[in-house]
Ligand binder design. Structure first.
Ligand code: SF4
Length: 185
């Protein structure tokens, strides 16, 4: 049976979710409850139930991107889907960035979570802390950790990423994405 994934949204091309131009997947569902979370719409049940293969096909069919970013919601609350997505994207040579509320130590202590990120290039890990909010980059708050799983990206590669971006679709839908803004407006 095909592995499925609860997905809040995807975006073909983003400049605010990692180095270069990236395909973004926001997983649906998060129980970590960081105060001041900027993505409350992604916490609950629901979302689109899609096969991982379908989401990967969408990413791989997108031209002109440098990589993919998986955010949330909490991607590691659906670890099998995240691992499978990374496995399907990896052979293409696209870079893989994962944003998670789990700390690196929590991930490394859990074989299932470790397996989910073993094919990522960079994991940005740790609970968001609004009191330690940063205004730039993708970490969100200074307690969050850049975990370079491979040598593809350095923390400096994330320094100049805009805090948010506005994406206007062909149908007129306007979405605001990035570290401190998300949602259809
Ligand atoms: S910041 Fe991330 S990990 Fe924390 S509650 Fe929000 S979606 Fe969940």
């Amino acid at each position: 049976m095909a592995l499925t994934w609860r997905v809040h949204a995807t975006l073909s091309r983003s400049a605010a979710n990692g180095p270069g131009t990236r395909f973004v997947v926001w997983a649906q569902g998060c129980t970590l409850g960081c105060a001041g979370c900027f993505n409350p719409e992604t916490h609950g049940a629901g979302g689109d139930v899609r096969t991982v293969a379908d989401v990967a096909r969408e990413a791989l069919a997108t031209s002109g991107i440098d990589g993919v970013t998986v955010s949330g919601g909490e991607p590691l609350e659906q670890p099998d889907a995240l691992r499978e997505f990374c496995a399907l994207v990896r052979p293409s040579g696209l870079g893989i960035v994962v944003l998670t509320g789990f700390a690196r130590a929590e991930i490394e202590a859990n074989p299932g979570l470790s397996a989910a990120v073993e094919m990522a290039d960079m994991v940005i890990a740790g609970r968001y802390n609004a009191r330690l909010r940063l205004g730039t980059g993708l970490r969100g708050s200074s307690n969050k950790e850049y975990w370079a799983v491979t040598e593809r990206y350095l923390p400096d590669d994330f320094a100049g990423i805009p805090e948010s971006e506005v994406v206007i679709s062909a149908d007129g839908t306007i979405a605001v994405t990035g570290m401190h803004a998300w949602g259809d407006r």
